[in-house]
Ligand binder design. Structure first.
Ligand SMILES: Nc1ncnc2c1ncn2[C@@H]1O[C@H](COP(=O)(O)OP(=O)(O)O)[C@@H](O)[C@H]1O
Ligand SMILES: [Mg+2]
Length: 467
């Protein structure tokens, strides 16, 4: 199995395990403190202009941009907003932006165990039984774990701090690139012990370790060996503390899993924010991307790679829905200069890129994003260029994929097409602060809508659904 496939499958398992329980954003634009839970895998975000829909999507995308920053791919994650001041809540530059993720490990364990049972092979997706056993050991102690990342800018220097928290024991760890601080109490009655190592011999952020993990796999090392490598690394560090603090084995096991889970989640964030039609319509260099740019500018080479020079069945099927069952097929042309472009055949008609309807690109972008095994799929202005029926079709595709998806829209179509009102997240900006709420008492609400004889979107519009 090639390294890319190993990481790919790991991403698929983690992305579809439904492990993300909660995302909490603090201090990003209007999101002073917003907490979102995921009762359903699909979340449809609605709210007036300026309520914070785009901000919500950007804040989650920021996690991936921080990973790129640590990789050295992006010199400043706040550059595109013209600086930190414009992004932090109310320009309060002395404050950090913080994003907390909570995951449910028991879901992941169930999935890994069921895969393990089904297949006789010990190495499943490159995950060894040692890894599964260590996860079992963690779940016995803590069902959920929290990971938070804090980012701030001091005079143009961006700093990152991470925190890990287990739910049932008093354990907290704070990491920066040159210090590690542990707060731990072995018994509930004992006061928390706090211990710090600084400076660290080299960067030990979980994201640093995730980058190392993927490099090792890239170099042909099995997933389980790369995992043990991280385990040994943190083990070495914690061993330095042994005279002061007896760090339980549970924590030593927790760290590599935290690296794998949160690194994979963050690396797999996939976002469609806008569609750069100009790039899509001109021939693109044929580069082997394994991610989609958030403006979809690299859509054509990504599609070429996913279907190995063809559209996938899922893509062709979606286009058939768009063209009301007319036979449609897409094909790629390579130029002698090493670029690639896409043409569409509708019945006997052949369309060059400039004549292809915008909805086609949007459908292909969403299908490509799904084919890339995202861990979190973010789509802003979902309805743009899409006919109602196509919106419904794509929403079902997203629901069925099982991926945690956050889809922002102004259209009533997704709201009325929901089969579960808990999918809807309502945003409001009250006094420079976004308030987010899921609908409560869904049964009562359904009954009310039925009595009023109106749809969910009408109810939202006329204010019958109060937060
Ligand atoms: N640094 C900031 N602090 C507080 N609020 C901000 C900051 N930057 C932008 N905003 C506000 O956040 C909101 C962001 O809205 P946006 O996410 O673009 O809305 P939507 O996508 O729902 O139309 C706007 O109301 C804007 O005024
Ligand atoms: Mg917006």
């Amino acid at each position: 199995m090639f390294y890319r496939e190993k990481l790919w499958l790991l991403r698929e398992v983690i992305g579809k395990a439904g492990i993300i329980k909660e995302i909490n954003i603090q201090g990003f634009k209007s999101l002073r403190n917003v907490r979102i839970q995921f009762p359903t895998n699909l979340t449809i975000v609605v709210g007036p202009n300026g309520s914070g829909k785009t901000a919500l999507i950007e804040s989650i995308l920021l996690l991936k941009e921080i990973l790129d920053y640590i990789k050295g791919r992006n010199p400043n994650p706040f550059g595109k907003w013209w600086g930190y001041r414009n992004v932090v809540w109310m320009g309060k530059t002395e404050r950090p932006i913080r994003i907390n993720l909570t995951v449910d490990l028991s879901n992941l364990l169930n999935i890994l165990e069921s895969i393990e049972n089904k297949l006789e092979k010990k190495e499943v997706y490159g995950i060894s039984s040692f890894m599964v056993d260590s996860l079992r050991g963690i779940v016995e102690k803590s069902r959920t774990i929290g990971y938070s990342i804090e980012v701030y800018d001091r005079g143009g220097i961006v700093s990152v701090r991470e925190m890990i928290k287990a739910d049932t024991i008093d354990f907290k760890m704070q990491l920066t690139r040159n210090s590690m601080k542990i707060l731990y109490s072995s018994k509930k009655i004992e006061p928390l012990k706090s211990i710090e190592i600084s400076p660290l011999p080299r960067p030990y952020l979980l994201l640093d370790k995730y980058i190392e993990f993927t490099r090792l796999i890239n170099a042909g090392i099995p997933v389980s060996d790369a995992f043990e490598n991280i385990l040994d690394d943190y083990g070495y560090l914690l061993n330095l503390l042994k005279d002061y603090l007896e760090v339980p084995k549970f924590i030593v096991k927790l760290l590599p899993w935290t690296v794998v889970i949160f690194g994979t989640i963050i690396d797999g964030i996939t976002c469609i924010r806008e569609v750069d039609l100009k790039s899509i319509r001109s021939p693109q260099p044929l580069i082997w991307y394994d991610y989609l740019e958030y403006n979809v500018s690299n859509l054509i080479p990504v599609l070429y790679k996913i279907g190995r020079g063809r559209l996938t069945d899922a893509m062709e099927h979606a286009l058939q829905v768009l063209f009301e069952n007319t036979s449609v097929s897409g094909f790629f042309s390579l130029t002698p200069e090493g670029t690639v472009f896409f043409k569409l055949a509708i019945g006997d008609l052949e369309l060059p890129p400039p004549s292809i309807p915008n909805g086609v690109w949007k459908v292909l972008a969403i299908e490509a994003a799904l084919a890339l095994n995202p861990t979190i799929l973010l789509i802003d202005e979902f309805e743009n260029s899409l006919h109602a029926r196509v919106q419904e079709y794509l929403l079902d595709e997203i629901r069925e994929s099982g991926v945690t998806a956050i889809v922002a829209t102004h259209s009533p179509v997704p709201v009325d097409y929901t089969k579960d009102l808990r999918e809807i997240l309502v945003l409001e900006n009250i006094g420079c602060e976004t308030k987010a709420s899921r609908l409560e008492n869904v049964e009562e609400l359904n009954e009310k809508l039925r009595k009023l004889g109106i749809t969910a979107s009408e109810a939202l519009l006329y204010g019958f659904i109060k937060n």
